[in-house]
Design a protein around this ligand. Structure first.
Ligand code: GLU
Length: 201
């Protein structure tokens, strides 16, 4: 949030402006400001969220997926992001992620050549849960390595789901809210009454 402290109509917003500004993409801080219910700050948060929007791209076809995914992500760079990742494959899923510019991911994957396959998904991330780093970047893959997920937005009840799955013995690798989707899908696929991905969904 930019502007002078005077621009903030309620004193808690003014006094905490610096803290928020330095930590603007953490959901904890956003929740705190939302709870204050100050319209000015809520409006700022909304504007920021509209501008900072992750990018999602998918490909299935006859060509190599990775270079197409990387090209797709490059066209979504204008939305802003803090890290990027792709997952390619059928059966065995190969994942590559990199914090920072998309160029880092392109270099890491040799322009996509290191991830052969004709099916894949890609993501540019704006972190809300968990710091921007390689592990927290998307895609997130479930424990058995069979389900990969990219996600835009916030899963409000992710903690509840995470704790439920942890009690069942699921090991999480990231700090994100998004990983719960992949792990929950795997868990649901293992239930006796579930036989297809659509059932699990
Ligand atoms: N909440 C997710 C995360 O922090 C997704 C953020 C996004 O939309 O890029 O990873």
């Amino acid at each position: 949030i930019e502007g002078s402290a005077d621009a903030f109509p309620c004193s808690p917003c003014a006094s905490r402006r610096q803290k928020y500004a330095g930590d603007r993409k953490t959901e904890g801080r956003r929740t705190e400001f939302r709870q204050m219910n100050c319209e000015f700050v809520l409006d700022q948060i909304l504007q920021e969220e509209q501008f900072h929007m992750c990018g999602i791209v998918g490909y299935v076809g006859r060509n190599e997926a990775a270079p197409i995914l990387l090209e797709g992500l490059s066209r979504l760079e204008y939305r802003g992001y803090d890290s990027a990742g792709i997952c390619v494959g059928e059966g065995v899923l190969e994942v590559a992620k990199a914090k920072g510019r998309l160029q880092n991911l392109i270099a890491k994957t040799d322009g996509g050549a290191k991830l052969p396959g004709t099916l894949g998904i890609g993501h540019t991330r704006w972190a809300t849960h968990g710091e921007p780093n390689d592990i927290n970047s998307h895609p997130h893959v479930s424990q058995n390595g069979k389900i990969a997920v990219v996600h835009n937005g916030i899963i409000e009840n992710y903690l509840e789901i995470r704790e439920f799955l942890q009690e069942k013995g699921v090991q999480f690798t990231s700090q994100t809210d998004s990983e719960v989707v992949a792990q929950l899908m795997e868990y649901c696929m293992g239930l006796p009454e579930v036989s297809t991905v659509s059932d699990a969904l």
